[in-house]
Ligand binder design. Structure first.
Ligand code: NAD
Length: 277
């Protein structure tokens, strides 16, 4: 079975549109991009177009890659204080001269719709609600829930331990009562670990890392990885070889990518509601 991220995104998008119609306002997202990396620019534009189609206001602010940290933080503070701004995201990765954690931390937790600052990550760590779940992680769970895939008691392997994807995803599986293993570059026998899992989430960025011999019947495979090979985007899984063997799999593109974007806007709507309740 294909876990169709576009189909689920479109379903969730209808819910958001209905909610926005009821509210009669346009909650506002500000996206800050530093530098002009082509891939980041493409992602930002996609988010802006998609968000506006849903009925949000999306402001795209671009800074020179040499912007001073102080100047950037002062701009973020202005948006933190602006009552008309409901959510703020910093497009990652940042140029090396900037301290990513410090910049993320300067976004007000109430407007941190990417769910990356310490207050929001701590709530995920503690298994408590009230914060924002990082968009990719949230998207993975919305997709699994849509297809009614049971999580409780399942053996889950998450490959990748980044703060952006791997760690929050592993913690959320723990919060949903799965038994979780996190694999990374120093994992001794990745294949054996993957074979033990009921659900595999790969967030690496290494094409064909997961081959046919790494998987077995009955498994659910979530491929978060995105790598540009020539003109096409590919995931971490050798999709053609694995697809027919496993129980369910996400395609790349069309799997977790669209789920990440819709989850960001679900978080924005949540932010608006909290700020106006
Ligand atoms: P990252 O580079 O910060 O982290 C990659 C992780 O993979 C690291 O923790 C590393 O330990 C692990 N890793 C690297 N090589 C490995 C190997 N051979 N075996 C096992 N583990 C290995 O990247 P990230 O920001 O976490 O993103 C991961 C991937 O997901 C990237 O391809 C990124 O483009 C993609 N991504 C997709 C979405 C989406 O919407 N679909 C969102 C965010 C990130």
């Amino acid at each position: 079975m294909i876990l169709d991220g576009k189909k689920v995104r479109d379903f969730l998008a209808e819910n958001i549109k209905k909610e926005l119609n009821k509210i009669g306002q346009k909650p506002k997202l500000v996206i800050l991009q530093i530098g002009n990396d082509d891939r980041s620019s493409a992602y930002v534009k996609q988010k802006k177009i998609f968000g506006e189609k849903l009925g949000f206001e999306v402001e795209y602010v671009q800074f020179d890659k040499k912007v001073l940290e102080k100047e950037l933080i002062s701009r973020i503070n202005k948006y933190n204080e602006d009552k008309n701004t409901n959510g703020i995201i910093i497009q990652l990765p940042l140029p090396k001269n900037l301290d990513t954690l410090k910049i993320i931390e300067s976004v007000s937790p109430e407007k941190d719709v990417d769910g990356l600052n310490s207050k929001n990550l701590r709530l995920v760590l503690e298994g408590r609600s009230g914060g924002f779940i990082p968009a990719t992680t949230k998207g993975i769970f919305s997709l699994l829930d849509f297809y009614k895939i049971n999580i409780e008691g399942k053996k889950v392997v998450v490959i990748g331990r980044s703060l952006l994807v791997g760690r929050p995803t592993a913690l959320m599986f723990l919060n949903r009562n799965a038994t979780v293993t996190v694999c990374h570059t120093k994992t001794n026998n990745l294949k054996q670990e993957i074979l033990k899992a009921d659900i595999v989430v790969s967030a690496v960025g290494h094409p064909k890392l997961i081959k046919k011999s790494f998987v077995r019947r009955g498994q659910i495979i979530i491929d978060v990885g995105i790598t540009k090979v020539g003109d096409i985007l590919v995931g971490d899984v050798d999709y053609k070889a694995v697809n027919k063997l496993v129980r369910a799999i996400t395609p790349v593109p069309g799997g977790i990518g669209p789920m990440t974007v819709i989850s960001l806007f679900e978080n924005l709507l949540l932010a608006y509601r909290r700020q106006n309740s």
